[in-house]
Write a protein that binds this ligand. Sequence first.
Ligand SMILES: C[S@@+](CC[C@H](N)C(=O)[O-])C[C@H]1O[C@@H](n2cnc3c(N)ncnc32)[C@H](O)[C@@H]1O
Length: 356
Amino acid sequence: MQFITLVCRPGFESEAGQEVTDRAAYLGVYGYFQPLAPGLVGFMVAEPHAVDTLMQRLPLAELVFVRDWLVALGRVDLPKADRVGALCEAFLQHQALLPSCERVEVRLREDNNDADLGNFARKWVSPLARGLRDCGLLQVAEVPAGGRLEVLLLSFEQVLIGVSYASNRAVAPGGILRLKASADAPSRSALKLEEAWKVFIPEHAWFDILGGGKKAVDLGAAPGGWTWQLVRQGMLVTAVDNGPMQPALMASGHVEHVKADGYRWRPHRAVDWMVCDIVDKPRRTAALVASWFQDRLCRYAVVNLKLPMKKRYQEWLACQAIIREGLQAAGGEYRFVAKQLYHDREEVTCYLERLD
Ligand SMILES: C[S@@+](CC[C@H](N)C(=O)[O-])C[C@H]1O[C@@H](n2cnc3c(N)ncnc32)[C@H](O)[C@@H]1O
């Protein structure tokens, strides 16, 4: 039995597992999932090469509830003495199957509260890398192959070992993008939009997509964290919300505050960006974004879909279908991706872009 370790938001293990089970079955790979710990799920497959097939044909970027993953090699019990030696030995047993690796990453569970384990993880990387290099498991390649040895510290006594591939893993290990909250931002929600841009928009496209003094609409804008991000990109923003906006943000002169229902309000002319962070039924928000694209009211959008307490995966599938059908009816080409981001809670964030 081989398995992939899926990393997700703690509490969303079954959504991550269901999603990979469905997507793998679509590719002809049949397996089952098993929660391993909060935020960690094992996806088990029996057929040989099934893991390779998934790594080659299922891009992490297409998964919503899985923030990161690694090909698992197994659990290793750590002895009190010579932990490095024990790990070298464990990795060496799989050497024939390993890609060329330049680095080792030591990770912790997202819900780890043990500061001592955190300190140990940080201090352990150097001696571990040295040990792995000495036994030929890490090489400095002229053309980096992108393989990385992965060590997930479950406790002082046990680790999960694995390998990940640069072509199909999260940019930041665990999909955890730690962003600095600015004291000027009207709300912590500002970080969600910043993360969405960093995850969904490649760096080289930032100016085209975000720069150049674009026009934006922020639905459910108060107190203004997302509007603040849009203004920081030089955009002129219409902020739609019956609630109050932060006065300092309004003083920038870049924001018009419209007190109206975001589900009904429409701009007189098309804008570049629409963002929506209204807390309401996710299907309602999905239909809203689909209608904005059908009516060609914006070119780019980021919307948050707040998931209900139960049947969250099914709810996401229903929302996805509403948006897909809307885009199909609109005609043209679109990029539509979604993720449960690190700064998201019970929600997923969607990015849409009209390509024509
Ligand atoms: C999560 S908060 C938005 C936070 C905001 N993105 C920020 O960064 O500060 C949700 C907002 O949606 C607004 N809201 C709820 N229903 C709305 C509706 N139908 N139309 C417009 N705004 C609505 C609420 O007043 C609230 O301010």
